[in-house]
Design a protein around this ligand. Structure first.
Ligand code: DQA
Length: 143
């Protein structure tokens, strides 16, 4: 069983980018921790990050064929992308939306996420631990 973890724009700069909001860990640190967790939970992780919307859509299409669930931090695309919403709907998989920061406590343009309308669950404001929580929930739901 495979779970895709997809990360949107600017998350390649995690650890360097606004650390007071997003913390000091790099995306690589989070990937390593989550890969170890996934192994313990009994599934393989496919971890991706892109600054390009079409690449994220292509990975969602790939997940549709091969994955049991999707964990996604669409980053700024959360607030803009109907295309990512449509791809996730088409995937017909459980989707766990993760935001490192509490988007509801920030600028109003971050309060709405297109993805949330179809997500199985949403995690925001738990830092990078949100990814771990999402993976644990995926394991629980997948049985
Ligand atoms: C984010 C929140 C978004 O509003 C922002 O554009 C990001 C990261 C988060 O993880 O808190 O890039 O998704």
């Amino acid at each position: 069983r495979t779970v895709f973890v997809l990360n949107g724009p600017n998350l390649n700069l995690l650890g360097k980018r606004e650390p007071e909001i997003y913390g000091h860990e790099t995306l690589r640190d989070v990937e390593e921790r989550c890969t170890a967790l996934a192994t313990r939970l009994g599934f393989a992780l496919r971890w991706h990050q892109s600054n390009r919307e079409y690449e994220i859509i292509d990975w969602i299409h790939e997940a549709r064929e091969t994955a049991a669930a999707i964990v996604i931090n669409p980053a700024a695309f959360s607030h803009t992308s109907v295309a990512i919403l449509d791809a996730l709907k088409a995937a017909e998989l459980p989707v766990f939306e993760v935001h490192i920061s509490n988007i509801h406590a920030r600028e109003s343009f971050r309060h709405h996420s297109y993805v949330s309308a179809m997500a199985t669950g949403i995690i925001a404001g738990f830092g990078t631990q949100g990814y771990d929580f999402a993976l644990r929930r995926a394991a629980q739901l997948l049985g």
